[in-house]
Structures are given as structure tokens and as C-alpha cells.
Write a protein that binds this ligand. Structure first.
Ligand SMILES: Nc1ncnc2c1ncn2[C@@H]1O[C@H](COP(=O)(O)OP(=O)(O)OP(=O)(O)O)[C@@H](O)[C@H]1O
Ligand SMILES: [Mg+2]
Length: 367
């Protein structure tokens, strides 16, 4: 069993730089958890503390229920794959993969068996006699993963392993790491700043901002129920649209008034929104929850808004419409057949059952 657990883990670098701020995170045995967040939010520092490459300032880290704060990195049974691969240039691929095992005095035959097995899994058997400079970026990446696999660790840590690869190879390697996890059935913690990688790879994702953990949940739960405006805007592409405006009440019904446009709330939201009556809030709607009225047979009139179409971006399978209310710009994602004229007014429909509201001051989700 190899669950990893972080209890109030804090890292303060000299100069009082708080890189990680009291993080609590549990990663189950065999789980694939993704740590995601913008540059500088503390992802690598968290991973390096788990690996033992960085001291923990405060808090505890447990591996399989054993506190590992004071165990040196080499004795932790955790393997880490780095962003820059960190291969030894003068060694062959075989020796690069064998190196960690040699250091640990494994018998030659066992080393050979493990390297061959890892090379087989990763499809790099034909490269074993070459040196790193004779490999493509994608191949080097595989070697870096291979070097971790041969150790058969309890936990794999990946720090942005795909960021040096081109877009196409990244998608391919994403799938391969996914398959590798299914095959090896090992606990994995994967760091990225790419929300698409997080959404597609993670069984659970943990979102970090400024050293603080914002939310930990399954990808779809984070997508549908973001805890605050930061998470709502970070997860999803294009990002969620935000508009500020007021909640008002007319004839017993609640509306969101943005100044130029007004839409009616669904009744399920009334209770939670009642303390925000006549106050400013932040309204959030995802681009796929906005429809061109032309293609909707029966749109509720109070959810239809008139906006200006500024840019039409055909993406092939869909079209992004850049729209403007006069106060806010936002993006709608519509079908490939929908090609409205630019610089003309357009009626779009908001699916009000899918929208979110955030407190203007705390930016926490209201509903
Ligand atoms: N050795 C160090 N000394 C001082 N500050 C550091 C050190 N290492 C990292 N930091 C700071 O800690 C914060 C978190 O850094 P970290 O490398 O963990 O970020 P990250 O989330 O991995 O970012 P990126 O996506 O850019 O890799 C940053 O503000 C960084 O400047
Ligand atoms: Mg980093």
C-alpha cells in the first residue's frame, strides 16, 4: 500500500518566501493525482518535499502511514521524473536506466532484466546502445520515465514531464503515461500547469494558487462545481466567462442585471442568492452553455440577450464567437455550422441552469 499524505505541509524559503502554505492532501494507493496551478504556485516545491529533495519547514509527510520527513531521498522508495529529464549525456541509454539500480547494488542479471522490461514497456529497446544526444525529445522523455520504472518504486512523481515536447507528441505521451499507470498500478503524482493535462489524466486533481490548495476533487466535479472564481477560470478552455452585475428582484423573481443585459435566475438558486439582493456579484457562464438563438427552437424569452458579434473563429469542429454586451466581452462555443456576420447584433441564449455566481469580495462560489 502506498498512500501519500501531506498534513499542514509548509515550505518557507530563506527571505521568508512562503512557497507552500499549510497543504493538506491525501493521495490514495494506486491513485493518479494531478497537482495543477499557474507558474510559481508551489507545485515543484511540493513534489520535491515528497521526494525528499527539499526540507519541510512545517507539517508532516507520510508514505504508507509512515512519517518520512527525516528519511533521506535515496531511501524513500519514490522515483521522480524531472521536466528536463536529467539524463547523463556520456552514458548509453542502457546505463542511464541502470544507473539507479547499480547505485543500490542490484545484481547484474536483475538490472538487465528490469531495464529490458522497462524498455519493452516504453518501446525503446532499439535505443539502448545510443546516447541521449542521439535521441529525439520524445525518446529522451521515455528514457527518463524508464529510469523511474526500473526502480519499481512505491510512488512515481512527475514534474511537468511533457512540457519540452511539441503539441502533438504531448498528446501522445499523455495517453502513454495514462496507459502506464493502468499497467503498473502504482501511486502517481503528476505536476503540470496545463489544465487540459490535469483534466484528461487525473483521477483527482488538486488546484494550487500562491502555495494554497484551492480544491481537490475528480476533474468533472471541479469543472461543474468550482469552489471559487480562480478554480472556475483556471479549469476549462476557453476559460469561464465572468461578468459583474447586480442581483435584482421583480415580481418575486430574481434577475442578474449586468447593466446592458439581464437574465432570469432559475428558482433553485433563489435561496442562496437572496442575501445578495441589490448587491454586486460576479456571474460566470461557460462558453458551451451559450447558444445562438437561431438554432434553438424554444428559448425562454427572459434568457435571451442581444449582443454584438466582434469576432468569429472557426475551429473546425466548432466555432468560437467573441461577443460584447457593451459592458463585457465573452465567448460562446457553438456548432461548426453557425457562422454569424461580424459586427452585427446577435441574439444568444444563456442556459441559466448551468451558471455560477461568486461573491465579489471573497470570490468564493455562492452557487
Ligand atoms: N530555492 C528557492 N529559494 C527561494 N525561493 C524559491 C526556491 N525555489 C522556489 N522558490 C519560490 O517558491 C515559489 C514556488 O516555486 P515552485 O518552483 O514550487 O513553483 P511551480 O508551481 O513549480 O512553478 P512552475 O510552473 O513555474 O514550475 C516561487 O515563488 C519560487 O520563486
Ligand atoms: Mg515547477
Amino acid at each position: 500500500m502506498a498512500q501519500v499524505s501531506l498534513k499542514n505541509v509548509t515550505k518557507i524559503f530563506p527571505g521568508n518566501i512562503k512557497a507552500v502554505d499549510s497543504i493538506n492532501l491525501g493521495v490514495e494507493n494506486k491513485e493518479f493525482t494531478v497537482l495543477v496551478g499557474p507558474s510559481g504556485c508551489g507545485k515543484s516545491t511540493t513534489l520535491r518535499m515528497i521526494a525528499g529533495l527539499e526540507d519541510v519547514t512545517k507539517g508532516d509527510i507520510y508514505l504508507a502511514n509512515k512519517r518520512i520527513n527525516d528519511i533521506p531521498a535515496k531511501d524513500r522508495d519514490i522515483a521522480m521524473v524531472f521536466q528536463n529529464y536529467a539524463l547523463y549525456p556520456h552514458m548509453t541509454i542502457y546505463d542511464n536506466m541502470a544507473f539507479g539500480l547499480k547505485l543500490r547494488h542490484y545484481p547484474r542479471s536483475e538490472i538487465k532484466r528490469r531495464v529490458q522490461e522497462a524498455a519493452e514497456i516504453l518501446g525503446i529497446k532499439h535505443l539502448l546502445e545510443r546516447r541521449p544526444r542521439e535521441l529525439s525529445g520524445g525518446e529522451r522523455q521515455r528514457v527518463a520515465v524508464g529510469r523511474a520504472i526500473v526502480r519499481k518504486p512505491l510512488v512515481f512523481l512527475f514534474d511537468e514531464p511533457l512540457s519540452n515536447l511539441d503539441a502533438k507528441l504531448r498528446v501522445q505521451m499523455r495517453t502513454e503515461i495514462h496507459k502506464l499507470h493502468i499497467r503498473l498500478q502504482t501511486t502517481m503524482i503528476y505536476v503540470t500547469h496545463d489544465q487540459t493535462e490535469a483534466m484528461t489524466m487525473g483521477e483527482r486533481i488538486a488546484i494550487l494558487k500562491d502555495g494554497l490548495l484551492q480544491q481537490v476533487d475528480e476533474p468533472i466535479a471541479v469543472y461543474d462545481h468550482p469552489k471559487n472564481k480562480f478554480v472556475a477560470g483556471f479549469i476549462g478552455s476557453p476559460p469561464m466567462n465572468f461578468m459583474t452585475g447586480k442581483i435584482i428582484k421583480k415580481d418575486g423573481r430574481f434577475y442578474f442585471n449586468e447593466g446592458r443585459i439581464e437574465v432570469k435566475l432559475v428558482e433553485d438558486m433563489y435561496e442562496k442568492m437572496s442575501s445578495y439582493l441589490d448587491k454586486e456579484v460576479i456571474f460566470g457562464i461557460r462558453s458551451e452553455d451559450i447558444y445562438d438563438k437561431l438554432f434553438i427552437s424554444e428559448a425562454p424569452p427572459e434568457n435571451i440577450v442581444r449582443v454584438n458579434c466582434e469576432v468569429v473563429e472557426p475551429m473546425g469542429s466548432e466555432v468560437y464567437l467573441h461577443l460584447n454586451t457593451g459592458n463585457h466581452t465573452f465567448i460562446a462555443r457553438v456548432g461548426a455550422h453557425d457562422q454569424p456576420k461580424v459586427n452585427q447584433d446577435l441574439e444568444v441564449v444563456f442556459d441559466m441552469s448551468k451558471v455560477h455566481f461568486f461573491d465579489k469580495h471573497t470570490e468564493e462560489t455562492i452557487v
